[in-house]
Ligand binder design. Structure first.
Ligand code: BDR
Ligand code: CA
Length: 356
């Protein structure tokens, strides 16, 4: 199985992404590292607890619905996934939270509606093992232990933990197979401000630090431009008459985003699959045992800087639309296959990353 570290701030769509990873036998989750992002004050604690809660729900689901347990059978034969808590706030700048969208607890305040979705303390679980080691050290431990280019790091929250890894030991981070990042927007509107996507807005300094390593790090960015086009109808996710524990759980955690989006005037009654799409890319690459993109997807290379201090533009990707890769005489991704990393003279102040 393909080894993956998930850095996450659950969060509703993070939980959907986690469920997808858990139900994918091609993927072996080595570690889950948690970051702040979703809710106020104790947000990293809530996010951490939401991972415990998700694992507990899946375990209870398998017990209550043996006919569905085969989806998660492979987890019984795997080493336990390490769970670690990471950054409680950004490297610099004010803390931004997405509580309005995901709820105070990050999951539509599920305990108010479904107190049964708690988890025992102390938490003991066959698939998950908690550690006190800090998130960035857990990521480094896994990358040091596993063969070079064998572990994918999937980052679907603010990039603080990953930037700390890069700051502490860039050579070890460069052993990663790929860093798949849900974050940012290039041409689409922002979802936190007019111009910024949440994960980048929440810690633009971290994003800048990490992306400044993009000449040595295999970064693949999955931005809003593509994730916001991948939607699923809420009516397919939120069931009026859920039959299983997992259906009840998913229906409950998505209730608030549905209400918020309707109140904001979004049409369509659909959920944007930000983190699940990035997780899907990782599972599909794992299934085909190569990083060649799926038919229908293609990547390009973009040059930009990340605004960190702007009055109205914090977290914006300021794209240099003047800098043409073709002009630099290098090949560009075509037909969904990235043939080679572009080379050529690039202004060193400009970041260059591969973008889905
Ligand atoms: C990102 O922000 C969070 O709300 C989602 O979990 C996703 O990671 C989308 O902008
Ligand atoms: Ca997220």
């Amino acid at each position: 199985a393909h080894k993956v570290i998930l850095d996450t701030d659950p969060g509703t769509d993070d939980v959907i992404a986690l469920l997808l990873l858990l139900a994918s036998p091609e993927v072996q989750l080595e570690a889950i590292t948690v970051t702040f992002g979703m809710c106020r004050n104790t947000d990293v604690d809530h996010a951490y607890n939401n991972v415990l809660k998700t694992y507990e729900v899946v375990r209870q689901h398998c017990d209550a619905h043996p006919e569905d347990a085969h989806r998660f059978d492979h987890l019984n034969a795997r080493p336990q996934t390490i769970l670690s808590k990471g950054a409680a706030g950004p490297i610099a700048g004010e803390q931004a939270l997405a509580e309005y969208f995901h709820g105070k607890d990050g999951l539509s305040n599920i305990m108010e509606t479904h107190p049964e979705f708690s988890f025992p303390q102390p938490f003991e679980h066959p698939w998950l093992k908690e550690t006190d080691v800090a998130a960035h050290d857990v990521i480094l431990d896994v990358l040091r232990r596993e063969p070079a280019k064998s572990v994918t790091l999937l980052a679907v929250g603010p990039l603080t933990n990953v930037a700390k890894v890069y700051a502490k030991d860039p050579e070890t981070l460069a052993r990663v197979r790929r860093i798949v990042i849900m974050g940012g927007t290039f041409d689409a509107p922002g979802n936190t401000t007019a111009v910024a996507e949440f994960n980048i807005y929440a810690d633009p300094f971290a994003a800048h630090q990490l992306f400044s390593g993009s000449s040595t790090l295999p970064l693949l960015v999955v931005p809003l431009d593509i994730t916001s086009q991948h939607t699923v109808s809420f009516s397919a996710l939120i069931l009026d008459d859920p039959k299983t524990l997992l259906q009840t759980f998913v229906s409950a955690i998505l209730a608030r985003p549905r209400r918020v989006l309707a109140a904001l005037g979004y049409s369509g009654d659909v959920f944007e699959m930000h983190d699940p799409l990035a997780a899907y890319m990782v599972t599909m690459h794992a299934a085909q045992e190569s990083d060649v993109l799926l038919p229908g997807f293609r990547t390009t290379w973009r040059d930009f800087v990340i605004e960190r201090a702007g009055e109205h533009t914090r977290g914006m990707f300021v794209v240099d639309k003047r800098a043409s890769i073709e002009d630099a005489g290098v090949s560009r991704a075509r037909d969904g296959i990235v043939a080679e990393r572009p080379t050529g003279d690039v202004n060193p102040g400009i970041l260059r990353v591969e973008v889905l």
